[in-house]
Design a protein around this ligand. Structure first.
Ligand code: ADP
Ligand code: MG
Ligand code: MG
Length: 254
């Protein structure tokens, strides 16, 4: 089953072309990684997938579960199972983490035609999921992300992901700023959540994350295009040679 199919996608930011023809197909059960140097368009691609209004699609197609994704509002995309873990997670003072999670969960329930969950049952459900990210229950009472450390924010996003059970989870630089213990917890969370009927798109600058989450496919983004795809070996090759080797490669191959 194809979950995501992207063909010749082009997009502008501030009137400037950033994505210059992205092609990608993701099937159910797959974990894909996109690597690339800073400024190559990785985050732009993830934002275009979620429908962020600042990113203007100028050409190409995106099909999600067989339907034209570009026709759907960002909220609809989220409700239909596209989840983006932000590079810089939001802080919302005055809203407890637990309340935030419950509102997000119930919006999804409603969309699926299922009953909303009450506060007590929701607490039980969250308790179960806390284990996945080894989070202390006291985090639930605190304001969303306020005063959370980088590692705590990332773990909180994995918790959110565990509750929302997305079909396509996009993790943009989830590894940035994490020490090795936090990285292992986050990676372990992702590994537990990866199932035959969902898919993951990991976006990362570094190979390090891929020591803990084994991708089925690795893609390299370069100047707004995926210029190379392969298996995990490609990530190791990039690490060994750095991104500079792509300059010559791309220039000679194009
Ligand atoms: P990556 O995630 O690979 O580092 P980005 O997608 O963040 O790359 O950025 C690609 C290019 O688009 C960069 O030149 C960046 O400056 C530009 N860009 C991204 N987002 C914005 C924005 N909101 N406003 C202006 N320029 C942007
Ligand atoms: Mg798998
Ligand atoms: Mg980025």
């Amino acid at each position: 089953d194809v979950i995501l199919s992207v063909r010749n996608l082009t997009a502008n930011v501030d009137g400037k072309p950033i994505l210059k023809g992205v092609n990608l197909e993701i099937k159910a059960g797959e974990v894909h990684a996109i690597m690339g140097r800073n400024g190559s368009g990785k985050s732009t691609f993830s934002k275009v997938l979620t429908g962020h209004p600042e990113y203007e699609v100028t050409g190409g197609e995106i099909f999600y579960k067989g339907e034209n994704l570009l026709e759907k509002e960002p909220e609809k995309r989220a409700l239909e199972g596209i989840f983006l873990a932000f590079q810089y997670p939001l802080e919302i003072p005055g809203v407890s983490n637990l309340d935030f999670l419950r509102v997000a969960y119930n919006a999804r329930q409603k969309h699926l035609g299922l009953e909303e969950i009450d506060t007590f049952d929701f607490e039980d459900l969250v308790q179960e999921k806390l284990d996945i990210v080894k989070m202390n229950p006291s985090f639930l009472e605190r304001s969303l992300n306020e005063g959370f450390s980088g590692g705590e924010k990332k773990r909180n996003e994995i918790l959110q992901m565990a509750l929302l059970d997305p079909t396509l989870a996009i993790l943009d630089e989830i590894d940035s700023g994490l020490d090795i213990d936090a990285l292992k917890i986050v990676a372990n969370g992702v590994n537990q959540l990866a199932k035959p009927d969902n898919a993951f798109l990991l976006i990362t600058h570094y190979q390090r994350l891929l020591n803990y989450i084994e991708p089925d496919f690795v893609h390299v983004m370069y100047d707004g295009r995926i210029v190379k795809s392969g298996t995990k070996e490609l990530a190791l090759e990039l690490e060994a040679q750095g991104y500079d080797f792509l300059d010559e490669k791309v220039l000679t191959e194009v």
